[in-house]
Ligand binder design. Structure first.
Ligand code: ZN
Length: 312
């Protein structure tokens, strides 16, 4: 049996896992992301954790196929990161440094693409070759899998579905600096924003007016309870998302869209609001594209990173 490591580098923690080549997770754990001093400790910390785990599990180094790692930045196959927002790195040759520190092969990918590859291998996209993962969390992330491989693009930033422009009239700004991005309507914060705008519009009765805090969860709980105002908000969310999916389908022609992230905890009810707008705007060969929920949660990133090694 051969083994590989999957690493998911985030702004506060590094998630790590050891996998058998058949996909079985032998062990998983987390270490802190030390971002101070330009993130200089991050790769040494990860290398140390990997080498210690090899000893702890009594694995033979020649049976380790390599280390896969997802990073929160655009990155291409050369494993060079040019800039990061939240881990302190500027230009960094991540693949080369990690290989030198560990004596193991390394493969680096963008974290959203790794999550998509993970869901394709072991989660909601199992059995498919062409899949799009959309994570509805604080932001909207995306990973596109074409013929079993993540689509990377010329800048390493393919699949950034959250920043498709879906409303040319919008005046509020997205975190990226543009206006009208999908993320402003379909992320957890976007849904809460839609809810606040709707509640401010008139005095229509709604359980949301009594909520301590307006969040995507309170909105979808109210939807499930039949609240009319919450349903209006969900319809707006679903329309923006469904229409964006139709545009993405016309470009990438997936077999399935897999929905993950915190908002996906609302469950199948999400599909009630996005599938109809999708069908309405889908180019005819894309009609009937499947929709499913992600199943790996926070493990998607380490699973995909491990698979990147197996696909090397
Ligand atoms: Zn944006």
């Amino acid at each position: 049996m051969k083994y590989c490591f999957g690493v998911d580098l985030g702004g506060t923690t590094v998630k790590m896992g050891v996998f058998q080549e058949d996909g079985k997770i032998l062990d998983k754990w987390e270490i802190k992301t030390r971002t101070e001093n330009g993130g200089e400790a991050i790769l040494p910390d990860i290398s140390k954790a990997v080498l210690e785990k090899i000893e702890e599990l009594h694995l033979a180094k020649e049976d380790i196929l390599g280390i896969g790692m997802g990073v929160p930045a655009p990155v291409k196959e050369d494993g060079i990161v040019k800039n990061t927002v939240n881990i302190g790195w500027g230009y960094k040759e991540v693949k080369r440094e990690l290989e030198e520190m560990t004596g193991l092969k390394a493969a680096i990918g963008n974290d959203a693409n790794m999550a998509a590859l993970g869901e394709l291998w072991l989660g909601g996209g199992m059995g498919y070759q062409n899949m799009i993962l959309v994570t509805l969390g604080t932001g909207v992330g995306g990973g596109i899998i074409v013929n079993g491989k993540p689509l990377v693009g010329s800048h390493g930033s393919a699949g950034e579905i959250g920043h498709l422009c879906v409303n040319y009239e919008e005046t509020d700004r997205c975190g990226c600096g543009k206006t009208g991005c999908l993320e402003q309507y379909a992320s957890a914060t976007g849904i809460a924003r839609l809810a606040r705008l709707r509640l401010a519009k008139d005095d229509a009765e709604s359980v949301l007016r009594n909520a301590e805090e307006i969040s995507a969860k309170t909105v979808f709980d109210a939807v499930k309870a039949g609240d009319k105002v919450a349903i209006e908000i969900a319809e707006k969310f679903g329309k923006y998302l469904g229409h964006a999916f139709a545009n993405v389908a016309a470009t990438c022609d997936p077999e399935i869209f897999v929905i993950g992230g915190g908002v996906s905890k609302a469950g199948e009810v999400l599909f009630d609001y996005m599938v109809e707008p999708f069908e309405e705007k889908a180019f005819f060969p894309n009609k009937g594209t499947r929709f499913g929920l992600a199943t790996l949660g926070n493990d998607a990133g380490i699973c995909g990173a491990a698979k990147l090694v197996l696909d090397m």
